[in-house]
Ligand binder design. Structure first.
Ligand code: HEC
Ligand code: HEC
Length: 332
């Protein structure tokens, strides 16, 4: 009797060990994160299968009307998921109004778009698909088209127990986006992992300028290097056509407010600002040194300052220490 019982307990312990090991293997590939882990909405728990399905959709040009454009056309992995253009080009050479933002760490965004108005990656994914100057595809047509792809139908049934539809497409793409993490920069080693040698003296001096001498961390605080809200940083005295968040809610206090972009991988994401109008970090520094263009609703935080040539170099070196391309191991 006793022997039989211990036999069973050994068996159970063995099964538990195996299950834990299995779970660890399943998550390992996508959990390189060290700072924060991304949480998923309750109706779309993340899984390795969803991520890999979403990745295929992200690179699939069939998502656009004439099959010429995929999400990756404007969000290029090697450029930190931007496209190095002032504004992007969609089907038929259509031009977007704005500069393509990075998708790295998009899982942490509280709101999406420069207007900071969309509240989930699932909802956001529909926009570029249907937008005329981007992919110009009717969702109904897209569903028909993708249901002809056996691999997609099989994945949809296996993961969601339904055929390919808008639910399947948006949830898979969003799961893939949540897997795009970039948090292993030299700065992270220095600041979070307490590796004192991870930054050079100049980079540390640049971090001090950014966080203590100037006011940058008021809107671009670590770890995300954004406060995740829309602010008016005084880019223009007159915003012209694109008045930012104002165009969504028609609140005149929102004129000139754009979502604060993360500065992670800023070395790779030029040109800058919502319209790609500033080509370099030097242009950015001049903008802030001048204290902005003095738009009446410009944030009061932004005030003129002067930096020496050396300090500007240090500030730039610090910003470059936020580059982390380890995510590229999944895109070679
Ligand atoms: C033709 C170029 C183009 C294509 C194709 C495109 N995007 Fe974008 N994407 C942009 C631009 C430009 C913006 C900024 C729009 C804005 O803020 O008004 C953007 C914004 C986003 C954002 C918001 C990020 C943030 O920081 O707020 C996400 C997420 C995103 N795109 C994902 C996708 C996905 C997923 C696809 C494919 C289904 C896709 N994009 C296809 C150009 C493109
Ligand atoms: C009041 C909030 C605020 C403060 C303070 C602030 N920024 Fe910004 N920053 C923004 C906003 C908003 C944008 C985007 C504006 C747009 O798209 O038109 C931005 C954009 C940037 C960009 C371009 C990023 C990209 O990908 O386009 C850089 C670089 C930058 N800021 C650096 C700094 C530095 C350096 C400081 C300190 C001198 C600073 N910011 C202070 C709000 C702020």
């Amino acid at each position: 009797m006793l022997q039989k019982r211990s036999y069973y307990s050994f068996l159970i312990i063995g099964i538990v060990f195996f299950a834990l090991f299995f779970v660890k293997c399943q998550t390992n590939g996508h959990q390189i994160t060290v700072l924060e882990s991304v949480s998923s909405p309750s109706d779309n728990p993340i899984s390795a299968e969803k991520i890999s399905f979403g990745k295929k959709l992200f690179f699939d040009k069939r998502l656009s009307r004439d099959e010429s454009i995929s999400c990756a056309t404007c969000h290029v992995p090697a450029f930190a998921f931007t496209d190095r253009k002032k504004v992007s080009e969609g089907v038929n050479g259509g031009k977007t109004e704005r500069n393509a933002p990075t998708l790295l760490n998009a899982g942490f965004l509280k709101t999406m778009m420069f207007d900071a108005h969309l509240t989930s990656l699932e909802m956001q994914a529909i926009v570029p698909i249907q937008e005329h100057v981007e992919m110009d595809m009717k969702m109904k047509e897209l569903i028909k088209r993708l249901r002809l792809v056996d691999e997609y139908q099989e994945a949809a049934k296996r993961i969601y127990n339904r055929e390919v539809d808008a639910f399947v497409i948006t949830r898979s793409i969003a799961a893939f986006e949540r897997s795009l993490l970039s948090q292993n920069s030299h700065f992270d080693s220095y600041y979070y992992k307490k590796n004192k040698n991870a930054l050079t003296k100049d980079e540390i001096a640049g971090w001090k300028i950014f966080s203590e001498e100037l006011y940058c961390t008021k809107c671009h605080p670590a770890p995300g290097f954004t406060n995740y809200v829309a602010e008016n940083n005084g880019l223009y005295l007159n915003y012209g056509q694109d008045k930012g968040r104002f165009r969504i809610f028609n609140d005149s206090m929102d004129i000139g407010k754009f979502k604060v972009p993360s500065l992670r991988n800023v070395e790779l994401t030029y040109p800058y600002m919502h319209d790609g109008s500033l080509a370099s970090l030097d242009a950015i520094f001049s903008h802030y040194e001048n204290g902005g263009a003095k738009h009446p609703l410009q944030s009061k935080i932004i005030q003129p300052f002067t930096l020496t040539k050396k300090q500007k170099k240090q500030l730039k070196l610090f910003l470059f220490s936020l580059t982390d391309t380890t995510y590229m191991k999944d895109f070679r």
